[in-house]
Write a protein that binds this ligand. Structure first.
Ligand code: TRP
Length: 336
């Protein structure tokens, strides 16, 4: 069997939180250690334009996400680690794919439909109010990201599965029209990876504003963990590990034996305050070495910039000749 190529993008909005860490960063870095597979991880900064973010926030988020992956030990000699906007060929491919994308396909994108539904709910006369073409065409840019590097496996959250399927549809249509050009990708939904709940018990997400930043300093980390919602059972009363955000967080970081030990203490009536202190100490010890490294990188962004440029140079060694080939296929050619 031919070698699998894994690719995933991280939109540059917000700061990495512990949900991103256990759900994407930690498994991504672990997987990239496998020399028998290829790995592409990139900062999807053009995707962040769909929501018209504040420019300074985009830069800051790009730095923080890149610094987090590097501080946690991503091997950038093996994995390709780059910033989308450093590969202009991705934008070129986006337009080429736009010519092969049915408008009806984009009408069916969940993300676009959700924005329309929100307008209707709010009683807006224009169902497309505030919806940019970047939001609408988002899946085409994502298809270009994926198809550019002949990805076979695309690890994403459930909410992005449809976008990967759309990339596959677009690739199929192109191959049918112009001949075999693209490799068909497949979404990989992490069934075993933890989806963490946030401070309020809903899914941890920057859009709910309920996150715990992965590299919050000790004081902030303690403060946030103290805020995690619990029920009102008193110390001494037995507690259920199901539906306990604190327990889920502990489990995401600790070993199986340690987790079993805490389950026992829940049954024995451990106090919530005690569990919070223990969880704080555990996470703090776990992230401390990487946090020190992260803080160094944030203080010296030139190191991060150098890494990203190195990644872009490697990635363009693939992208430049491939786009040349694709242009030839579609009839954008030199005349003589
Ligand atoms: N849209 C993805 C998200 O919001 C990020 C992303 C951009 C991506 N391009 C990609 C993911 C390509 C996988 C492959 O999470």
């Amino acid at each position: 069997m031919s070698q699998e190529t894994y690719l995933t993008g991280i939109t540059t909005t917000g700061t990495p939180h512990i949900g991103n860490y256990v759900g994407a960063i930690r498994p991504g870095i672990a997987a990239s250690k496998d020399p028998s597979t290829k790995h592409f991880y990139f900062l999807a900064d053009y995707h962040s334009l769909a929501k018209n973010e504040d420019p300074d926030k985009i830069v800051r988020s790009t730095l923080e996400i890149a610094a987090a992956w590097l501080a946690l030990g991503l091997d950038t000699e093996h994995a390709y680690f780059y910033r989308q906007s450093d590969i202009p060929e991705i934008l070129e491919l986006t337009w080429i794919l736009t010519g092969m994308t049915a408008k009806g396909l984009m009408n069916r994108a969940h993300s676009y439909k959700a924005a329309v539904a929100a307008n209707e709910e709010n009683g807006n006369k224009d169902p497309d109010k505030g919806i940019t073409m970047a939001l609408y065409s988002y899946p085409i840019l994502m298809a270009a990201d994926i198809l550019m590097f002949k990805s076979t496996k695309v690890p994403v959250g459930q909410d992005q599965k449809q976008h990967v399927e759309m990339a596959r549809d677009i690739a199929q249509r192109f191959n049918h029209h112009y001949g075999e050009t693209f490799v068909l990708p497949e979404a990989v939904i992490g069934e075993n990876t933890a989806v963490l709940k946030g401070l309020d018990g809903r899914k941890m997400s920057k859009s709910y504003n309920n996150t715990i930043p992965l590299f919050a300093n000790e004081k902030q980390l303690r403060k946030l963990i103290m805020k995690v919602k619990t029920n009102s059972l008193e110390p001494g009363e037995p507690k259920d590990t199901h539906d306990s955000t604190l327990f889920d967080m502990y489990k995401a970081f600790a070993t199986e034996d340690e987790t079993a030990e805490i389950a026992k203490r829940y049954a024995e009536g451990m106090a919530w305050g005690e569990m919070k202190q223990l969880l704080f100490e555990y996470i703090n010890d776990h992230v401390k070495p990487a946090r020190n490294e992260y803080e160094k990188l944030i203080a010296d962004p030139a190191i991060v910039e150098t890494e990203l440029r190195k990644g872009a140079k490697r990635a363009r060694e693939i992208a430049v000749p491939y786009v040349r080939e694709i242009r030839d296929v579609i009839g954008i050619r030199s005349l003589g």
